[in-house]
Design a protein. Structure first.
Length: 193
């Protein structure tokens, strides 16, 4: 979300920098001076308004305008801002955008640093957990190997990867696996009924 906000602010800042400031007010056109500006009412006239609605009436409807004294003139439009005012507004907005960008970038950097710290702590905890788990598993394996070796009167147990030649009759792997999986139960003598 912060990266999106930063991109939006950068886009607005770039657009503001690329927008030209008009040097001077354009001269009014003759055609514009007679027509009302957009959103303004036309000048009131004293001529009556004639309305003819076909199908409803046969005679035109005449509406008399109100007296000129009751119609107030629209307020004059506010003066257009000068180039200096527009430039000052733009500079002010640029300062606001730069300040907002700086705050967002600092906030993003702070959150990224916090995330990296959290990630490092989590990875360290995971490694410790895996180490403890490996120790527990290896402890169970060594205990099972020791038990099977004693039961089979074997004095030395060597890893298969270290043996160049050996007989299968002394291979304890299957017995150790059974011991670890709990398949081999201790033999007990139960009295028969």
């Amino acid at each position: 979300a912060l990266r999106t906000d930063i991109a939006k602010l950068n886009g607005e800042r770039d657009l503001l920098l690329k927008t030209p400031i008009p040097a001077a007010e354009p001269p009014p056109d003759a055609a514009r001076s007679t027509a009302p500006a957009l959103g303004q009412l036309p000048e009131p006239t004293t001529a009556p308004l004639v309305i003819n609605i076909p199908g409803l009436t046969n005679a035109p409807i005449v509406v008399q305008p109100p007296p000129a004294s009751s119609v107030s003139a629209p307020p004059p439009p506010p003066p257009a801002p000068t180039a200096a005012e527009l430039s000052a507004r733009r500079d002010s907005r640029l300062k606001e955008l730069d300040q907002a960008l700086g705050e967002k970038i600092a906030d993003l950097a702070k959150k990224e640093a916090g995330f990296k710290e959290y990630q490092a702590v989590t990875e360290k905890n995971l490694l410790e957990l895996e180490g403890r788990r490996s120790e527990m598993l290896l402890g169970k394996i060594y205990a099972a190997v020791r038990e099977v070796a004693r039961e089979n009167s074997v004095s030395v147990v060597v890893d298969k990867t270290q043996i160049l030649f050996g007989q299968n009759s002394v291979d304890l792997t299957d017995k150790v696996l059974k011991k670890l999986s709990g398949e081999e139960k201790p033999k007990t003598t139960e009295p028969k009924p």
